[in-house]
Design a protein around this ligand. Structure first.
Ligand SMILES: NC(=O)c1ccc[n+]([C@@H]2O[C@H](COP(=O)([O-])OP(=O)(O)OC[C@H]3O[C@@H](n4cnc5c(N)ncnc54)[C@H](OP(=O)(O)O)[C@@H]3O)[C@@H](O)[C@H]2O)c1
Length: 243
């Protein structure tokens, strides 16, 4: 069976995507950085793993070549990212560089390496990238991450055009979701409650809220969707219900 690669498969959203895909009988391969977390995630799902740092271009190229040598790939989710919340005065060049490398350049290099194997998939392939609600809505303190995720949205549309018609590429833009990445914010219950109240649906996201759309986009049911950025955000990007 042609595999679906989950970058960040040991993380909150990537892990939830992997569980949903595995439950519907897909062959998933998990990729991540920390060996122990990745092995634990792979063991839990009986799924193969590949450890890599997406900021290491040579490692990305080598890993993609190794996986592509085993045959076509029918899907890929790039659920790797950062949350940098700092006012512009506190941002260092290294913050901007890290956000850009992890979120945008890493996705581009992964798709560059995966392209031949994705295009070779027998029934077409699907890719899901991750932006953030902080691109559609301007939030104070989000300059660096909004810039990096804005680049991901541009990458989504550019490569959706370049890889059509054999590969569909879409992007999910979540609002604050309870994962390890967001724990500095969600771990403070008072802050989490205040942010939840800013959403029309009055709660923060859970990994399964986001994984549901990712699993749909990675299925044939989404066969006529490409080049889209879709918010899964409790209404945060479009609705104002207070004030
Ligand atoms: N959670 C939110 O509130 C939120 C909001 C908007 C957008 N997003 C986006 O949603 C996506 C998934 O985020 P998440 O919340 O699920 O984060 P998470 O729980 O921290 O998971 C991130 C995953 O990416 C891996 N990873 C991080 N840096 C890596 C690197 N340099 N090389 C390889 N793997 C790396 C992590 O592995 P290690 O654990 O080994 O580092 C982990 O498996 C990201 O693109 C994020 O920006 C999240």
């Amino acid at each position: 069976m042609e595999p679906i690669l989950i970058f960040g498969g040991s993380g909150g959203i990537g892990g939830a995507i992997a569980r949903k895909l595995k439950a519907r009988g897909e062959h998933v391969i998990l990729l991540g950085r920390d060996a122990a977390r990745l092995e634990a995630a792979g063991r839990a799902l009986d799924a193969p793993t590949h450890r890599l740092d997406v900021t290491d271009a040579a490692a990305v190229a080598a890993t993609m070549a190794e996986i592509a040598a085993t045959g076509p790939i029918k899907g890929l989710a790039y659920a790797v990212g950062t949350i940098t919340v700092k006012p512009i005065a506190a941002l260092k060049p290294a913050d901007f560089e890290t956000d850009y490398k992890v979120n945008a350049l890493g996705a581009a290099l992964v798709l560059q390496g995966a392209a031949p194997a994705l295009k070779a998939a027998s029934q077409g392939a699907s890719v899901v990238l991750f932006s953030s609600v902080a691109v559609a809505q301007g939030f104070s303190g989000h300059a660096s991450i909004a810039m990096a995720k804005g680049a991901v949205e541009g990458l989504t549309r550019a490569l959706a055009a370049e890889f059509a018609p054999s590969v569909r590429i879409n992007c999910i833009a979540p609002s604050l979701t309870r994962t390890p990445l967001a724990s500095a914010l969600t771990g403070n219950e008072a802050l989490a409650k205040a942010v939840a109240e800013l959403h029309a649906l009055r709660r923060l996201g859970e990994p399964d809220d986001i994984a549901g759309l990712a699993a749909f986009l990675l299925s044939d049911e989404a066969g006529w969707m490409t080049g889209q950025v879709v918010g899964v955000d409790g209404g945060r990007s479009a609705l104002r219900t207070k004030g």
